[in-house]
Design a protein around this ligand. Structure first.
Ligand SMILES: NC(=O)c1ccc[n+]([C@@H]2O[C@H](COP(=O)([O-])OP(=O)(O)OC[C@H]3O[C@@H](n4cnc5c(N)ncnc54)[C@H](O)[C@@H]3O)[C@@H](O)[C@H]2O)c1
Length: 313
């Protein structure tokens, strides 16, 4: 296998194999193990480490098995960092988050599918998206992983949970991952002291929940609010509607947010090319104007929709 130019799904398959090898050291050939180790180095991943048996074959070391390394275990950190330090607490959080992703990914794929979208762009199942974020966030803190999870289609369950719209039947392990991720995100936002002055735009695909507010009315945004940093971003999103990326569209409206707010800034993203300004949960915004604008909606054509200018409170 050429391990140098792997796309996302090949990389994921490879990493799954490595995990398999970790538990089944006897199952693979020496050459397989050498290849995997090279792939790990090529991608600067330290998910597992091969132990050198001390034997050489064809001039290459014979690798015995893979020992899982951080963040899969925190034993080493306990000794290095000291059990009662802030660094260790930070590391524990990462380990917990990784474990919760793993628990979901390996035991509940069907359940996750019911609340989280498949990624049609990279053909990644919901659980593969979460694992991909774990692997991409290696070497970073829990905040980085939590933010990456939000940038996958996991934003769906998170926002639905925050809007109290998740069905009661959802498995407790999914709720557990959502609430833990939210705890990490909350801490990350709290620690980031920068308040931004923004003017951003959002397409509200199903604006029915807003109930046609008038000037002066204050709206609550209990979930994260994804916005485009420029008006042009709105067109990009409209094109994606045609691909079915956002499911059904109800009564669309455009929201223009103005004011000062903290923003969530992912350093590792599931879709690295996506540009967005994410406003944290709990925002309140007052309607300053209600105007009309035109959106060119795929399947509907040019459509007059409401444009709400909202002042962040
Ligand atoms: N909407 C945008 O303009 C925008 C901007 C930048 C990036 N994105 C990206 O596009 C994807 C989809 O974003 P999104 O905005 O559709 O996700 P979302 O979770 O904010 O909204 C999902 C759906 O729920 C509806 N909704 C919002 N608030 C609601 C409420 N309080 N009650 C009931 N329904 C409510 C929305 O109208 C939308 O149809 C994400 O990947 C996001 O990062 C979207």
């Amino acid at each position: 296998m050429d391990t140098k130019n792997l796309d996302k799904s090949q990389m994921l398959a490879l990493l799954n194999d490595i995990e398999f090898l970790t538990e089944n050291p006897v199952g693979a050939t020496v050459q397989d193990k050498v290849n995997y180790q090279q792939a790990l180095f090529a991608h600067r991943l330290d998910i597992g480490k091969a132990f050198n048996t001390g034997d050489y074959k064809d001039g290459k070391p014979v690798l015995n098995y893979y020992r899982p390394l951080d963040p899969w275990t925190d034993e080493g950190d306990k000794q290095w960092l000291g059990e009662n330090t802030a660094e260790f607490a930070e590391k524990r959080q990462l380990v917990e988050l990784v474990k919760k992703v793993s628990a979901l990914a390996h035991t509940l794929p069907g359940q996750l599918k019911a609340v989280m979208q498949h990624d049609a762009v990279y053909n990644m199942t919901p659980e593969a998206q979460l694992e991909y974020c774990v692997h991409q966030s290696k070497g970073y803190d829990a905040g980085t992983l939590a933010k990456c999870l939000y940038t996958s289609y996991f934003y769906g369950p998170i926002n639905t949970f925050l809007r109290k719209q998740l069905p009661g039947s959802v498995d407790s392990k999914i709720i557990d991952l959502i609430t833990y991720t939210l705890g990490v995100l909350e801490k990350t936002i709290k620690n980031d002291k920068v308040v931004h002055q923004i003017e951003t735009f959002r397409v509200e695909l199903k604006s029915e929940w807003m109930k046609n507010p008038g000037k002066g009315q204050v709206l609550d945004f209990p979930a994260f609010t994804s916005t485009h940093p420029s008006e042009g971003g709105v067109d990009t999103m409209l094109k994606d509607i045609a691909k079915g990326t956002f499911g059904e569209v109800g009564e669309p409206a455009v929201l223009k947010f103005q004011g000062r707010t903290k923003v969530l800034q992912p350093n590792v993203k599931y879709f690295p090319e996506e540009v967005e300004t994410i406003i944290p949960p709990g925002m309140r915004a007052k309607v300053a104007h209600v105007d009309v604008t035109t959106l060119d909606i795929p399947g509907k054509g040019k459509t007059a929709v409401k444009l709400y200018t909202l002042e962040i409170q």
